[in-house]
Every structure is written in structure tokens, then in C-alpha cells.
Design a protein around this ligand. Structure first.
Ligand SMILES: *Cc1c(COP(=O)(O)O)cnc(C)c1O
Length: 230
């Protein structure tokens, strides 16, 4: 993995922050958006440099990699997010890491198992329900028509899981309208779940974060746009 110099990372980060700024202000001055840097592709040195530039929230999609990086950088005041599919045999490892937010709660089965293991360790975890809003076979998560029921069911039956909202990945398409529709579907679910206490609508990646913000996202997960080398 390539180590980028500070000026390159500064340029990339500035560009992403300005794009976020423009998109969020087009919604409202009061629409606040959080940037989570998806570090999975990048060298740990780049995470350290981004920290020096002011970035604090980082995401990983594998428990093992999350663990290594959290341990190596444990002196820094960083916030870590789990954004990838969680295998059941990794649940205990994840709990012991105390992630700030686990964004990829993608089945009732996983919720039940996670809740059981959290109970055994007398802990709670902040989670987002992953919604497969584009209804794609290749993606995990709850289908749009099941998401609200599933959210309520987990809230009632899993007291060690603190649900904070939803996470969705935009439709895999070249057609902006199709991607937009998937974000709108996810946003409607989030909106309906506000009365259940949902406050986080996580959607938008390097290719579509501005569109996601315009559709109501308040947390974007950006990776490759921050780690380009020119
Ligand atoms: C990799 C990943 C991202 C970031 O992807 P980029 O397109 O590189 O910004 C965001 N969310 C999830 C769930 C990912 O796995």
C-alpha cells in the first residue's frame, strides 16, 4: 500500500471537505455531515497523517484489520467504525475492541447473536441497521420493505444493541437517477425511524457522497477519493 505525503493527503482531504460543505449547505446550513474515512485500502501511515490534518473518524471492513490498526494507533484519540460484514465467529473480537459505531448490522440472526455475546460481557454496542435499498442480490442488509419492522424487532428484543439509525450503499449503477432512487428509499426509512430514535443516516462513498448528502445523508464513508496519489 502506497504511503502518501502530507501535502497530497491535505489536498485530497480539502477537496472532499469542500465538496461535502457545498452539498450540505445546499440542503441547509444546519444539515451537519460527518466524514468517516474508510481506511481499508490504505497504509496505516496515511491514517496517522490524516489525523495530523484533523481527521478523527475512521472505518474498516474487517475485524482483524480494525484490531491491528486500533492497537497500533491506540495513543491517538480516534473514533473507529466497523463498516463490513461481521462474521459470527468474530463477534467477541469486535466487542472487545469497543468500536464507536458498528454500521453493518445486516440480519436478525446476527443481531440476536451479537446481543447474546454483549449480554455475556455486560456491554452495549451502538449499531446501524444495514439496508439494501437498491434490492441487489450482491449486497447484504435488510430489504427496504422489511427494514422498519426489523429495526423495531431488534430494538425490542436486543437490549444490548443501541440502534442509532441506518447504513446503506448506493445502487451499483452508472445511472445517477437509479443511485438517487436508492438513496431516497433509504432516506425514507431513516425518516420513518426518527420516532424510534434514529439519528444517523449513513450513505455515500467516493463516487456518490455529494448526491447522498443531497438526499439527506448525515454520515459519509469515503475511501478512495482520499487516497488518490494525484
Ligand atoms: C469500501 C467501502 C466504502 C468506501 O468506498 P470508496 O468508494 O473507496 O469511497 C464505504 N462503505 C463501505 C461499506 C465500504 O465497504
Amino acid at each position: 500500500m502506497q504511503i502518501l505525503d502530507k501535502e497530497q493527503l491535505r489536498k485530497n482531504l480539502d477537496e472532499v471537505i469542500w465538496n461535502i460543505e457545498r452539498a450540505r449547505i445546499s440542503v441547509s446550513e444546519h444539515h451537519i455531515v460527518k466524514l468517516v474515512t474508510v481506511a481499508k485500502y490504505t497504509a496505516i501511515e496515511n491514517i496517522h497523517t490524516l489525523y495530523e490534518l484533523g481527521q478523527r473518524a475512521f472505518g474498516e471492513n474487517q475485524v482483524q484489520q480494525l484490531k491491528e490498526r486500533m492497537l497500533t494507533l491506540k495513543e491517538l484519540p480516534l473514533e473507529w467504525h466497523m463498516i463490513g460484514t461481521l462474521q459470527k465467529n468474530k463477534i467477541n473480537n469486535l466487542i472487545d475492541l469497543h468500536p464507536s459505531l458498528m454500521q453493518s448490522l445486516d440480519s436478525i440472526d446476527l443481531a440476536a447473536e451479537l446481543n447474546k455475546k454483549l449480554e455475556a460481557k455486560a456491554q452495549t454496542m451502538h449499531c446501524l441497521l444495514q439496508v439494501n435499498s437498491a434490492n441487489e442480490k450482491t449486497k447484504s442488509g435488510f430489504l427496504a420493505q422489511h427494514a422498519i419492522d426489523a429495526y423495531q424487532q431488534i430494538k425490542e428484543s436486543c437490549p444490548h444493541i443501541a440502534l442509532k439509525g441506518i447504513m446503506s450503499i448506493g445502487a451499483h449503477s452508472e445511472d445517477k437517477k437509479v443511485i438517487q432512487k436508492s438513496f431516497e428509499t433509504a432516506y425514507h426509512i431513516y425518516d420513518a425511524l426518527k420516532k424510534e430514535g434514529a439519528t444517523v443516516c449513513s450513505m455515500g462513498m467516493s463516487g456518490d457522497y455529494e448526491l447522498a448528502i443531497e438526499c439527506g445523508s448525515n454520515l459519509v464513508r469515503v475511501g478512495s477519493a482520499l487516497f488518490k496519489s494525484q
